[in-house]
Design a protein around this ligand. Sequence first.
Ligand SMILES: *Cc1c(COP(=O)(O)O)cnc(C)c1O
Length: 385
Amino acid sequence: MKQIYLDHNATTPLRPEVLEGMLPYLTGHFGNPSSVHWAGRAVAGALENAREQVAALINASPAEIVFTSCGSEADNFALKGTAHALRNKGRHIITTQVEHPAVLETCRALESLGWQVSYLPVDSEGQLDLVQLESLITSETVLISVMWANNETGTLFPVARIGEIARRYGVRFHSDMVQAVGRVPLDVRAAQLDLAAISGHKFGAPKGVGALYLRSGTDLEPLIHGGHQERNRRGGTSNVAGIVGLGVASELVGKELESTVLQLRGLRDRLEDGLFAALENLKLNGAASRDMRLPNTLNLSFAGVSGESLLLNLDLKGIAASSGSACSSGTLESSHVIAALGVEPALAQASVRFSLGRENTREDIDQLLSILPPVVERLRKLSPL
Ligand SMILES: *Cc1c(COP(=O)(O)O)cnc(C)c1O
């Protein structure tokens, strides 16, 4: 049985070119990049090379890249760092109801420390109302944080238009770009971003490395106090091999963007068309327009079926996908993102996310198309509904 991985929004396989680039830094080049002797110098150059590669991917300059331990750290750094740096200017933050927990939970933590947070709702397609966003800005507002693309539905947000609003009011703008890397063109200058987060393992680099884009001149309170690493912005000896891998992956996805988008969109459309042709009572979660979604993401509710049992049945046949709902202590909790779309609880629990990657083929999609519809029909017959 061929195993098929369709959960690339959770993590991606390490690319062989990335591993090859990293290996010397896990073996011979062991130096501490902060050391001034030969062992350190050999490694410091590699860090700066990776900084250039990451910067080039998002149209930043290398000095604006701060390496972190993951995407979550970059989001925490952006939000907490801004909140603390601007605490005397104002204590209000605007974000959305559909952010990743790395942003949402950080906002909740700031609320418990006295900050005010507005969580913008989304419409049934997962889209924001920018008039509403603008109306929430007050003299106390110091930060707007809106993700570039949603990890569960793939819905893309009008980041450049939000950047224009933020700039007009003199409010800082952060975007969690984690899901957008390698899937849509990214330009932090055109989007007028002050801060942005990326994560290596979502685009072929290893787990445990990420980066924060920090527009030059933006002051941020460090999250990790310590040595002078990362120009005094983040203490701690650098994860050299991981950072080198992040650089290689950034260069690769930048070069391949056009062909990757064509490939992913072709496979996603094939899956979407095939499932809608084979099954009734399917509901698409996310933007109706395919161009307003990430090219690799398809989130569907299979009415009358529990998403969990569908995933278990797919897993038995070697197919890895994921559901928006997580089973915690025996109760099925619906995803906050699907709930925010206004999807009724039963349909929310029937949602499954397929997220494709560059190693997926037409054969993978066709195998899924032959396996999934009969499983859904069988589960529907068993269902008491
Ligand atoms: C995965 C993910 C993160 C967290 O990145 P980690 O490197 O796993 O901490 C943040 N935001 C989004 C949208 C993600 O998909």
